[in-house]
Design a protein around this ligand. Structure first.
Ligand SMILES: [Zn+2]
Ligand SMILES: [Zn+2]
Length: 282
């Protein structure tokens, strides 16, 4: 069956890549520093900790007001409507590398990395289809607001960057940072279902890949994560550095994160409790 092209995604992803290339002549060391600082704050706090480990898998709990603040930071990451992000990722775990997985490398490395975004997916076009995967989010009016107006939050840092550092900070803090962030996130779906090693005998292609583990602030220990999706820590051994889990531990020490789920380091034992990935679809 021929799939319908997703012109909106193609335009947006293409445009931001072109603007990231256009940023090269504006290079300054301070612009690079701004880009990296934003990359290594918005991405681990917003995408890894909030969208992934908190909202998708409920690997720990924070007070609702703090969940709203983190979700607002996550909206700046330019990864689409938040509820769709969570629903799509829950689908990925439900059908990992099987029919129904939105981005398995069984359909090609680049499909898993990014080109799956260039086509409409059946579930994505039917809002009622994917909303049933996020009943724990749809009960929050604020998440409906973020889901609808996330573009405002993507653009929010732009005027501040321009006022503080002119075009170099704007171009590098927005477009280069977003492109780098995209490719790091996407490499979890591509590299971490293709290259690397596995600690657990999951029945999918998931792997632990060191490069994504490092630049993805812990998200690259993806075989560990597929084995125990609800676990807040993706690094299960001392050499699997997990900066995002460090943030969660910091919140826990401050008394702001509770019910933090720890790994079970036994390759034969994947407990039902640790395997629980998310609320079942309604
Ligand atoms: Zn995966
Ligand atoms: Zn996950």
């Amino acid at each position: 069956m021929r799939r319908k092209l997703h012109y909106e995604n193609i335009f947006w992803i293409g445009l931001i890549h072109i603007l990231a290339l256009a940023a090269i002549p504006f290079f300054t060391w301070s612009a690079l520093a701004v880009c990296l600082i934003m990359l290594f704050t918005i991405s681990p706090i917003g995408v890894n900790m909030t969208y992934h480990r908190l909202l998708t898998h409920r690997g720990f709990k924070v007070p609702t007001w703090l969940e709203y603040i983190f979700s607002t930071i996550a909206a700046m990451s330019s990864q689409g409507p938040m509820m769709l992000w969570v629903a799509e990722h829950r689908l990925h775990h439900r059908f990992s590398d099987k029919p129904g997985d939105p981005h398995s490398p069984r359909e090609g490395f680049w499909h898993a990395h990014m080109t799956h975004l260039f086509f409409h997916k059946d579930f994505e076009d039917e809002k009622s289809q994917w909303l049933k995967y996020v009943p724990d989010l749809t009960c929050h009016p604020y998440y409906h607001f973020l889901n609808k107006y996330y573009v405002l939050f993507i653009a929010l840092p732009a005027p501040f960057l321009y006022l503080a550092g002119g075009m170099p900070w704007l171009m590098w803090g927005m477009f280069v940072r977003i492109v780098l962030m995209w490719h790091v996130t996407w490499s979890v779906n591509s590299m971490c279902h293709r290259f690397g090693y596995s600690n657990y005998d999951t029945k999918d292609l998931s792997t632990n890949f060191w490069l994504t583990g490092l630049v993805g602030a812990g998200e690259g220990w993806h075989n560990n994560h597929h084995a125990q999706p609800a676990c807040a820590s993706h690094g299960h051994y001392w050499y699997e550095l997990d900066f995002t889990y460090g943030l969660i531990r910091g919140l826990e020490l401050l008394g702001l994160a509770t019910e933090v789920r720890r790994p079970v380091r036994d390759r034969k034992v994947i407990t039902a409790e640790n395997y629980q990935m998310a609320p079942e679809p309604a």
